[in-house]
Ligand binder design. Structure first.
Ligand code: 13P
Ligand code: SF4
Length: 299
C-alpha cells in the first residue's frame, strides 16, 4: 500500500500533509508532518496542485481557505474536531457589543464559520506572539478555554474574556494520572500541551505545542519524559530520539477523530481525489482574513 501511495501521489501531483496526532504509519508516508501552524504555513508554500490532508476538518478547511486555487482533499471527511464547533456566534456578537475594542482571537481548531466572525487566528505555537502583537486591551479567546487561560497568564497586561470550549482528549488527562506517572519516573520532566487543564499545566516542566514538545525533548539532556498530549506524537518522539524513553499518563490520550485516518483511506483519496474540501466563496474570503493576519503576525 505504501508503494502504491508513493506512486499515485507523484503521478497525480499530490502533496500529503499530516498532523503529529495521526497514526505513525500514516505519518511515515506523508511528505510533511507538523503541528497546526506548520501545516497551515506549508499549505501556502507547496508547489503541487493537490493537497491531501491527514488530519481533522479544520486543518483541510484552513488549507483550502488559504489556497482557493488548489484542490484540497481529506483522507477522511468525517474526521472532525468537536472543539471546532464549541462557540456560539451570538456570544461573539454579545462580547463585541459589550467591549467595542475587543479582538476576537480564534484558535485554528474552529470551523470556517467561526473564523469568519473573528479578527485573528492563532495556533498553540504562535498564540502568545500574536496576542502580544495586537493593540487591543480586551481579548475574547475562542473556542478553547484552557489555551486561552494559559495565554492570559503570560499576558497579564491584557484583559481576557473566555469561552467554554475544550478538547476532550487533553482534558481527560488528570492531575492524578500525571502524579502517578511522576512517582513511577521521578527523573522524567513533564511535557504538556496547553489544551490541558490548569492543574496539569501547573505541575508541568514544559508547556508547548506538539512541535515545541518534540523540540524540547530532542534538545534536552534528560533521557526520559512524561508526555501529556495525544499519543500520535510518540511516533516522531521515538523516531527522533531512539535512545530516550517516553511515558504516557494513561490510556485516554487518544483522539478518535485523528485516528480515523488510515492508509486504506489515504490510498482511496489518492485514487479518486475525493472527498474534496469546498466552501462558499463569500465564507472563504471572510475566514481568510484572520488566517492571513495570523501568518503575518506570527512571522
Ligand atoms: P498543535 O498542532 O498546534 O499542537 O495542536 C494540537 C491539536 O489539538 C490539533 O488538533
Ligand atoms: Fe480536536 Fe483535541 Fe482531537 Fe486536537 S486532539 S483534533 S483538539 S479533539
Amino acid at each position: 500500500m505504501k508503494e502504491q501511495i508513493k506512486r499515485l501521489k507523484e503521478e497525480k501531483d499530490v502533496v500529503i500533509l499530516a498532523h503529529y496526532y495521526v497514526d505513525g504509519q500514516v505519518q511515515e508516508i506523508a511528505d510533511m508532518v507538523g503541528d497546526s501552524y506548520f501545516l497551515a504555513k506549508k499549505a501556502t508554500e507547496v508547489s503541487q496542485q493537490n493537497i491531501l490532508f491527514c488530519g481533522v476538518s479544520f486543518m483541510g478547511e484552513s488549507a483550502k481557505i488559504l489556497n482557493p486555487d488548489k484542490r484540497v482533499i481529506m483522507a477522511d471527511e468525517f474526521a472532525d474536531c468537536p472543539m471546532a464547533h464549541m462557540v456560539d456566534i451570538r456570544r461573539i456578537e454579545e462580547v463585541r457589543e459589550h467591549y467595542p475594542d475587543v479582538a476576537v482571537v480564534c484558535y485554528v481548531n474552529s470551523t470556517a464559520e467561526i473564523k469568519a466572525y473573528s479578527d485573528v487566528c492563532v495556533t498553540s505555537s504562535n498564540a502568545l506572539r500574536v496576542v502580544k502583537a495586537l493593540p487591543n486591551k480586551h481579548i475574547f479567546f475562542i473556542p478553547d478555554n484552557n489555551l486561552g487561560r494559559y495565554i492570559a497568564t503570560l499576558v497579564p497586561e491584557k484583559e481576557f474574556i473566555f469561552n467554554d470550549g475544550f478538547c476532550h482528549v487533553h482534558t481527560s488527562i488528570h492531575k492524578e494520572n500525571v502524579e502517578e506517572a511522576k512517582k513511577l519516573h521521578p527523573d522524567a520532566p513533564i511535557l504538556t500541551h496547553p489544551e490541558c487543564t490548569a492543574d496539569v499545566l501547573e505541575i508541568s516542566d514544559f508547556i508547548g505545542s506538539t512541535s515545541e514538545i518534540l523540540d524540547y525533548a530532542t534538545k534536552s539532556s534528560a533521557k526520559e519524559f512524561i508526555i501529556c498530549t495525544e499519543m500520535g506524537i510518540f511516533y516522531e518522539l521515538r523516531e527522533k530520539n531512539p535512545d530516550k524513553k517516553f511515558y504516557s499518563v494513561g490510556h485516554r490520550q487518544f483522539c478518535p477523530n485523528m485516528k480515523k485516518i488510515t492508509l486504506e483511506k489515504v490510498l482511496h483519496a489518492l485514487e479518486t481525489l475525493e472527498p474534496e474540501v469546498t466552501l462558499p466563496e463569500e465564507l472563504r474570503v471572510k475566514a481568510n482574513a484572520p488566517l492571513v493576519k495570523m501568518l503575518e503576525l506570527a512571522k
